[in-house]
Design a protein around this ligand. Structure first.
Ligand code: ADP
Ligand code: ADP
Length: 229
């Protein structure tokens, strides 16, 4: 489940400037599509349409064949998980931070999510384990560790569709490679949309779309597009 289709989607925030200009693509169930392109190309806008923060001016967005204009934002939130660029940590335990956003998550579920995010070994070495206080007033986590918390938080919801929105852009390149390896594994079992500035680390996408000025400038796989650089 979780097929995503954009059919000739056009969008403008203001009357005269079109931001997305008849955009079409499909991501098959459990497929992985990366959308790359320069700042201002329309990548975040596309993600906002998928969450129905805005609706297209023309065309349609379908999930599993259903037009999302008939679906509430709430149920879309259940279907789509997002790993953002910067995740917020609360001054609370690491277990709370992983479980945040899903009431009543069991310790077992939290540990499974931590494992999926490759955070379990790190937590096991902490003297207080999942009860360790993190954030400003507790243990300071590195950028990579914070991103793993964000990944675990998203995995706990087990969404059929996963959006990685510049999920590793703020990290140094070694940490970025490590986190991308984890994301590559996670993407195998669900429909994944990767939004990124750069192609470099996204070797696991089935297809890559280069977005420029609201249109598809190029499409292909990682090898094909890197060969052109
Ligand atoms: P990207 O994510 O590729 O950097 P965005 O989708 O954020 O691109 O932006 C695409 C274009 O839409 C940019 O020209 C940006 O200035 C404009 N834009 C983004 N958000 C808004 C908004 N809320 N109102 C008006 N214009 C916006
Ligand atoms: P998000 O939901 O991703 O936090 P924001 O609405 O805060 O998105 O804006 C994301 C980007 O869109 C910003 O980088 C900003 O440059 C651009 N943007 C937001 N509002 C406008 C606007 N009114 N005009 C032009 N660009 C905008």
């Amino acid at each position: 489940a979780g097929a995503v289709a954009f059919e000739d989607v056009a969008f403008a925030y203001d009357t005269d400037r079109e931001i997305l200009k008849g955009l079409s693509f499909t991501v098959p169930p459990d497929g992985t599509l990366a959308i790359v392109g320069p700042s201002g190309a329309g990548k975040s806008t596309l993600a906002r349409l998928l969450f129905r923060f805005y609706d297209p001016k023309a065309g349609a967005i379908l999930i599993d064949g259903q037009d999302i204009s008939n679906v509430t934002q709430n149920s879309l939130r259940g279907a789509i998980g997002i790993v953002p660029q910067d995740s917020v940590l609360f001054n609370d335990t690491i277990g709370y931070n992983i479980g945040y956003g899903r009431n009543g998550a069991t310790q077992e579920e939290i540990e499974a999510a931590a494992q999926g995010a490759a955070l379990d070994d790190f937590i096991a070495k902490l003297p207080d384990g999942y009860e360790t206080q993190v954030g400003e007033r507790g243990l300071k986590l590195s950028g990579g560790e914070k991103q793993r918390v964000a990944i675990a938080r998203t995995l706990l919801k087990n969404p059929p569709i996963l959006i990685l929105d510049e999920a590793t852009s703020a990290l140094d390149s070694r940490t970025e490679d490590e986190i991308q390896a984890t994301l590559g594994k996670i993407s195998e079992r669900r429909t994944t949309l990767i939004i990124a500035h750069r192609l470099s680390t996204i070797t696991y996408a089935d297809e890559i779309i280069v977005l420029n000025d609201g249109q598809i400038a190029e499409r292909g796989n990682h090898r094909m597009l890197l060969a052109k650089k």
